[in-house]
Design a protein around this ligand. Structure first.
Ligand SMILES: [Mg+2]
Length: 268
């Protein structure tokens, strides 16, 4: 990690100088109070540890009950190998320092360059959980909306996948390109993750979903719908979907706290 990347006082000085009292930026896409909370509050760490502890405790029952699936609609998967689908950013690795320091406006390439330049930091509890899951015989799939975008002078159509694999490994989470599924990696893999989840479900019994955004669990939660979704999500529709699936929360679905950014910031 380059010295200064996680210089907390420096980062907090930037936040305070740019927006001393606000909760949302002008774009409404980031919560500065949220960034400060993630960077400083022990409560953030405690919630992450709580999520991964609960997920660890759920491993054994999820594996032994072969009728169980964390994917709504997946049935008759008892003979398939077990898998867990995990998001990457703010689920396994933290980008809070980037959120505090990047120059507006946000672009994917700024985050990609930041990820490429530094050493990734794991979310509390993530390393131990992924290790335990692997030791229990579970295959891990990393479904991220980091997009594949061509870069000048590089033949690889998705250099961001290499960066993501490296970030996970730097953080202490074993990963390879085969299990890191990027947005736009295939034509049909838009930012709507349900398409990638359903593909994994063709070959694996999905015993858990782990993420920080409602879209890591439920389809059609975005204000800008992507195929196969057609309707624009609203604050009310997202609340309804959350309660319709309430039996999954803490029992197959495990959510990490992220008050900084996400699909919640653009719905009305
Ligand atoms: Mg995320």
């Amino acid at each position: 990690m380059p010295s200064g990347r996680f210089n907390l006082f420096y980062l907090l000085a930037i936040i305070s100088a740019s927006c001393p009292s606000c909760v949302y930026s002008e774009s409404g896409s980031e919560s500065h109070g949220g960034i400060q909370w993630v960077l400083t509050a022990a409560e953030f760490d405690a919630l992450c540890l709580q999520a991964y502890k609960t997920a660890s405790d759920f491993l054994e029952p999820a594996l032994s009950d072969r009728t169980w699936s964390a994917l709504p609609g997946q049935t008759d998967a008892g003979d398939l190998p077990a898998a867990i689908i995990l998001d990457v950013d703010e689920t396994l690795v933290s980008n809070a320092a980037f959120q505090a320091s990047y120059e507006h406006p946000f672009t994917n390439s700024k985050l990609d360059d930041w990820n490429d330049a530094g050493v990734a930091k794991a979310i509390p509890g993530a390393v131990a959980f992924t290790k335990l899951a692997r030791e229990s015989g579970v295959e891990l799939f990393f479904v991220t909306n980091r997009p594949c975008e061509k870069k000048p002078g590089i033949d690889n159509p998705c250099p961001q996948q290499d960066v993501t694999v490296r970030d996970l490994n730097e953080a202490g989470i074993v990963a390879d390109a085969e299990h890191v599924m990027m947005a736009n990696e295939r034509r049909e893999w838009d930012r709507e993750k349900v398409v990638r989840r359903n593909l994994i479900a063709q070959s694996h019994r999905v015993i858990m979903l782990i993420g920080d955004d409602l879209s890591d669990f439920i389809a059609c939660t975005r204000s800008s719908p992507r195929a196969p979704c057609t309707d624009r999500a609203t604050i009310e529709s997202r609340d309804d979907m959350t309660y319709e699936h309430q039996h999954y929360w803490g029992a197959g679905w495990f959510i990490l706290p992220n008050p900084m950014h996400g699909s919640w910031t653009t719905v009305k």
